[in-house]
Design a protein around this ligand. Sequence first.
Ligand code: ADP
Ligand code: MG
Length: 673
Amino acid sequence: MEQRRSPLLEVKGNIELKIPLVKATSRLPLPGSRLKRGPDQMEDALEPEKKRIRGLGTTTKIATTRPRAPPLTTVPQAQGQAAAQKVPRRTGPRYSTATATVSKNQKPVPAVPVQKPSTSATLPMVRGKKPSKRPAWDLKGQLCDLNAELKRCREKTQTLDQENQQLRDQLTEAQQQAKALGAERRTLEGELITVRAQAEQGQQELANLSARVLELEERLGTQEGLVQELQKEQLELQEERQGLAARLEEQERRLQASETALSSSRAEVASLRQEAAAQAVLLAERGERLHGLEMERRRLHNQLQELKGNIRVFCRVRPVLPGEPIPPPGLLLFPSGPNGPSDPPTRLSLSRSDERRGTLSGAPAPTTRHDFSFDRVFPPGSGQDEVFEEIAMLVQSALDGYPVCIFAYGQTGSGKTFTMEGGPGRDPQVEGLIPRAMRHLFSVAQELGGQGWTYRFVASYVEIYNETVRDLLATGTRKGHVGDCEIRRAGPGSEELTVTNARYVPVSCEKEVEALLHLAHQNRAVARTAQNERSSRSHSVFQLQISGEHTGRGLQCGAPLSLVDLAGSERLDPGLALGPGERERLRETQAINSSLSTLGLVIMALSNKESHVPYRNSKLTYLLQNSLGGSAKMLMFVNISPLEENISETLNSLRFASKVNQCVIGTAQANRK
Ligand code: ADP
Ligand code: MG
C-alpha cells in the first residue's frame, strides 16, 4: 500500500510543480466506471501516468514558461550557488507548467533541459532585458540590482509558498481521496474475494457439471448400446412371438381336433364302460359257473380215475434192439379186446416151452401159455406219446390234490429208464414221462391260473441204493456224496416227508426240469463202475411237490407227484460162483429184492386194508408212504424185454405186476384244505 502510494508522495514532494499541475492531479480520480473495476485495475490505469511522470523525472528537465531570472553575471559563483541552493533540491523531475497542463491525449512537449546559468550573452532570456553590466564601481547600482533581484526572489518565494500550500491542500485532498479509494478498494477486494470464491465455486460446479456431463454422456452411450441391444432383442422376440403365435394357432387347431376326438372317445368310453360293466357281471357269472364246472370236472375226473382203479398196472414191452436175437414168433402175444383190434390192448400172452419135459419124453417140448391182463398193454411199437396220453389224466389228478405215484418195474434192460426219463439224445419223440408230465402240469396250471389258481412246484430227485439215500441234484463238493441223506418228517406232527441234505428246487418251466434231469444223469455217471451198473441197482425217485391256491375263494390244494424208476427186478443167478464181486452183487440184489417185495407187501396191506402197512421196512416205501394208499393214485409200469433169453424174468415181472393189479386201494380223497 505504501509503495503504491509512492507516486503520489512523489508528486507531493515535487513542490516545484506549478498550479496547473494541481489541475492535472485533480484530474486523477478516474471515472467511477473505471474505478469499479477494482483497485488493481485502477492502479493499472494509473500506472501509465506514473510511468510517464517518472520517465520525465529521470530523463528530462522541464522548462518553465516563466523564465528563471538569469543569473547575474556579476554574481560570484558562490553566490549563484547559494541562490541555487536556496531553491529546494528535488530528486524528482521538474515539470514545466506547459508539460503539466498537457492533456493526457497530447504527447508531452519534449522538455528543454534546464541549462546552468551562464555568463554567455547568447542566452535568449536575458538577451534584450538584461541591464547593461554595471561597472565595478557602481556599487549602488549593483546594490540596487541586487535588491531588485532579492525582491523578485522574495516574490517568487511567496508565489512558491502559495503554490506549495495549494499543493499541500491538493495532497491532503488526494490523500483523502486515496483513503476513500483504499476503503473502496478494500470493499472491492472483499467483493473480489467473494467473486473469486463464487468464481471458484462456479468453476468447481462447472467441473462437477462437466464430470457429470461426461458421466451422463458415458451413461448415455451405454444406454444407447442397451437400447440397441433391446431393440435387437425386441426384434428377435417379435420374430419368436410370431413363430409362437403360429405354433399356438397350430396347437389350438390340433387341440380343438383332439377335443373333438376326446369328446367322441369319452362317449365311446362311457358306452364301453357300460358294456364292460355288463361284461364284468357276465364274467362274474361265468367265473362262478366256470368254478362250479371246474369243481365238477375234478369230481368227475376223480370218479373216472377211481373207476379205472386207484392202482393201475400198465405193461410195456420194449422193442427188440438192433443186434439182439429175434425172439421166436408167438413168444409174446397181444390178444385183442372184446371189441376187436380197435380196442386198446389190455392183454398179453406169454408162451414158454418147457424144455425139461420135452427132453425127458423125447417129444417136442410142450409150451405153456401164460395169460396176463392189465389196465393197458403197450406192445413194442408203442411210442412215448401214446404211453403218456394214457397217464396224462392221472398226472392231472396231482394238480387237483390227489397224490400220484408212478413206478417203472422190470428187469434191467427192459426199458424202465427209457419210459421214465426217455431215450438217448434230445429227440422229442423219445422224451420220457417225467419231462412230458412236467410240461403237462405247467400247461394245465397256467390254464387254471385263468380261473384264479396259482401253483408252485418244487422238485427233488434222489437215489436209494443199498438202503441209502443219495441226492441226485447235489452240486459242488456234495456231488457223489453218499450216506448223509436221511428221510425225516418235515416237522413235528407233520405228515410230509423230506430228505435231509437233499436239494428241493423250485421249478416253473420245462427248461429248469430239463437241467435237473441232466444234473441227475451226471451224478449217476459219477457213481458208475465197470462191474456195477449202479443205476440198475438203485431206485431213482423224482418227486414234485405241488401246491395250488385260489386266493379269491380261499382254496388250497397240494399233493406230491412221484415218478419212480425202480431197480432191476432180476434175481441173482444161483449157478454163479460167489466171488468178491458177486458177493457184493448178492447183497445189492437182496436189498433190491427186499425193497421190491416190501413195495408189494405195502400195496397188498393197503389193498387188504390191513391195520399195519409196513412202510418202514424199506427206504423206498418209507419215502413214498404219502404217495401210496389212502387218497393216493398209483400206476405201475411193468416193463418187459421181448427177448426169449429174458423170458423167465419177464414171467416173474408179469406175475408181480398181476398181483399188484389185483389190489384195489380204497376210495381216494383229494388233499383239499
Ligand atoms: P432199464 O432202465 O430198465 O435198465 P433201459 O431203459 O436202459 O432199461 O433200456 C435198455 C435199452 O433199451 C436202452 O438202450 C433203451 O434205449 C432201449 N429201449 C428201451 N425201451 C425202448 C423203447 N420203448 N423203444 C426203443 N428203445 C427202447
Ligand atoms: Mg434203468
